[in-house]
Write a protein that binds this ligand. Structure first.
Ligand SMILES: *[C@@H]1O[C@H](CO)[C@@H](O)[C@H](O)[C@H]1NC(C)=O
Length: 308
């Protein structure tokens, strides 16, 4: 599908405009997609949520292009999965997206296909690892540049988990000061991952897991994006990594992984001293099963609910 879309930019633009103009119909989406998605165990509740948010969005926007998801909170709800993949809270999700804890290259080295985009850019990004590594090694990033999360709860979380980041992009906003600390890395990421088709949600960041720390198991509750980790710095002599849906993955320099943070995941760094800190390039990107129209809708809703 993506190959056809990118074949000529004119056609691509035209189809995007048409999609935006017609937007989509939630009832149709539910009937065609949700029944195929075995993870949606709580369909009546999910439908209730759709109706709730459709109503709220219509009050605010007066149109029918209404996404439903994310951000937790008392009204917009999250999605969480059990280790089995079962959805335990289906309030606040986008239906019908491919759901897998991790995505792997197949035996020929190809990433799986999705409805509207592909992951070929991951290979391209990997081919630029040396440049990214070199820039990081030669940069002295000031301590205060390693941020925690925006909310008070998020900051407390970071303080105890040893996770922090220098983010170039924070929920649709580019951050010049952070970009200036690693300009080459920013150029490479934007050249390769590039478009609004992919970037916008949550973060593009260089993230650090301090030695001797780890993030306990949790779900990020947002099923409209996937996350890439590509390791920039990791010790070779101690166990460092991320467990996704019960499967342990050891971080090694390079070695990009793509995963779905709605599945339970936790990080670990059994190192001892600053030299054992792990640093990863983290890229959140719109789920490649979302159409342009759906992205626009989700983005609108995201902004509405988070004030960004
Ligand atoms: C690997 O995936 C690509 C893209 O989906 C596909 O064309 C190819 O046939 C697959 N190869 C194998 C060996 O599965």
């Amino acid at each position: 599908m993506s190959h056809h879309r990118h074949a000529t930019s004119c056609l691509f633009l035209l189809s995007s405009l048409l999609e935006l103009a017609s937007c989509f119909n939630w009832d149709q989406l539910l009937s065609t997609k949700t029944s195929a998605n075995v993870a949606f165990a709580d369909l009546p509740r999910f439908k209730y949520m759709i109706d709730y948010h459709r109503k709220r969005s219509q009050e605010l926007y007066g149109n029918d292009c209404t996404p439903n998801l994310l951000q937790g909170g008392s009204s917009a709800g999250p999605l969480a999965r059990r280790s089995s993949g079962q959805v335990v809270r289906s309030l606040g999700t986008f239906p019908g997206l491919s759901a897998s804890p991790r995505y792997y290259r197949n035996n020929s080295g190809s990433w799986p296909d999705f409805a509207y985009d592909d992951l070929k850019w991951v290979d391209e990004l990997e081919s630029r690892l040396d440049e990214i590594k070199m820039e990081f090694e030669s940069s002295a990033i000031p301590d205060e540049m390693w941020e925690t999360f925006r909310t008070k709860k998020g900051q407390e979380f970071s303080a105890t988990t040893g996770w922090s980041h220098v983010s170039f992009l924070d929920n649709f906003k580019w951050k010049p000061k952070q970009i200036a600390t690693l300009p080459r890395t920013y150029d490479i990421v934007t050249d390769i991952v590039g478009t609004e088709r992919r970037l916008g949600p949550r973060h593009i960041a260089v993230a650090r897991q301090k030695s001797g720390t780890g993030i306990p198991e949790h779900s990020d509750l947002i099923n409209t994006m996937l996350t890439l980790h590509m390791v920039i710095k990791a010790p070779s002599k101690c166990a460092v990594g991320i467990t996704i849906n019960g499967e342990k993955h050891f971080w090694k320099v390079g070695d990009p992984i793509v995963f779905d943070t709605t599945y339970p995941h936790e990080t670990f760094n059994e190192g001892e001293g600053d030299e054992d800190d792990v640093v990863v390039l983290l890229v959140d990107f719109w789920h490649p099963d979302l159409s342009i129209c759906e992205i626009e809708a989700v983005r609108k809703f995201w902004r509405m609910n988070s004030g960004v």
